[in-house]
Design a protein around this ligand. Structure first.
Ligand SMILES: Cc1cc2nc3c(=O)[nH]c(=O)nc-3n(C[C@H](O)[C@H](O)[C@H](O)COP(=O)(O)OP(=O)(O)OC[C@H]3O[C@@H](n4cnc5c(N)ncnc54)[C@H](O)[C@@H]3O)c2cc1C
Length: 246
């Protein structure tokens, strides 16, 4: 099968960078951090909240040697060591990125590419509401680490695992974490929580990401209940239940 994703990236002159696995760490049986060494790539990296890259992974069901790209958020970028991490939700349904991450080992070599798209929060932001599922946890941690100290931060993540306490969680003052147990339709419990726990008002900015129907459930709360206009909120689908990326 024609590898159109690689072709498009070539036409757009988006470079691929070689990376090598130097560590694999499991926070839980289903959430794994893989650390990569890539000194030249890390040297030119501009790390900002939610920064993500495309990881090229083998996709054998599309043919021998076929590579597909999947989005993952940069974590733990260490310019001095020339390393960065990616946190993988090891989902049960087959998918080339999840499958690769499940068997990744020190010494494995892959390629990544990056198309920076920096989020901006409006001047005068006093409270930031961060929401999503566990695929958004790396991006949420990057927000928590980067936001100015005087901004209040409220994190709400919908997830039903019993061991969420073992997940990596950035810390700071003026921060609240809420783990929301799923109930009914995906995103329903998260939306209900946000509608009661958060207040509309000047100085509020909201960011949400995760599975498509979860994000769709959250959007009306941001738009209507919290009355946030486009400049004061950003949402993104990270994956779609029952559908492979690309
Ligand atoms: C900007 C951006 C940043 C992202 N950052 C991260 C990150 O840091 N960590 C992370 O884990 N993911 C992240 N994601 C989501 C990740 O790219 C998707 O989950 C992706 O679909 C995984 O690829 P795959 O090859 O494993 O599965 P695919 O081939 O895309 O899908 C195969 C099947 O697996 C299902 N599936 C995919 N992901 C999940 C999941 N998480 N849980 C349950 N079922 C799933 C699909 O619905 C489909 O049925 C990010 C996505 C974007 C767009």
């Amino acid at each position: 099968m024609v590898n159109w994703q690689r072709g498009v990236m070539r036409v757009m002159r988006i470079a691929n960078h070689p990376v090598r696995v130097v560590a694999v760490h499991d926070f839980t049986p289903w959430y794994r951090r893989i650390t990569f060494s890539a000194p030249a790539f890390v040297r030119q990296l501009e790390a900002f909240p939610t920064a993500w890259l495309r990881l090229w992974v083998p996709h054998p069901s599309r043919g021998d040697g076929h590579l597909s790209q999947r989005g993952y958020t940069l974590v733990d970028v260490c310019p001095d060591a020339g390393t960065f991490g990616l946190d993988f939700v090891l989902h049960e349904v087959e998918g080339p990125a999840g499958d690769w991450a499940r068997t990744a080992a020190v010494g494995d070599e892959r390629e990544v590419s990056i198309t920076p798209s920096r989020p901006g929060i409006p001047d005068g932001t006093e409270r930031v509401v961060l929401a999503g599922d566990v695929t958004a946890l790396p991006a949420i941690n990057s927000w928590v680490q980067a936001l100015p100290a005087d901004v209040q931060v409220s994190v709400s993540i919908e997830d039903g695992h019993a061991d969420v306490v073992d997940l990596p969680r950035a810390g700071r003052d003026r921060l609240q974490w809420h783990w929301i147990t799923p109930e009914g339709d995906r995103g329903g419990a998260l939306a209900a929580h946000l509608a009661t726990a958060e207040r509309a008002g000047p100085g509020v900015y909201a960011w949400a990401a995760g599975e498509k129907s979860l994000v769709k459930a959250v959007r009306p709360v941001l738009r209507e209940t919290l009355a946030l206009d486009r400049a004061h909120q950003f949402t993104q689908f990270y994956w779609i239940h029952g559908r492979a990326t690309g």
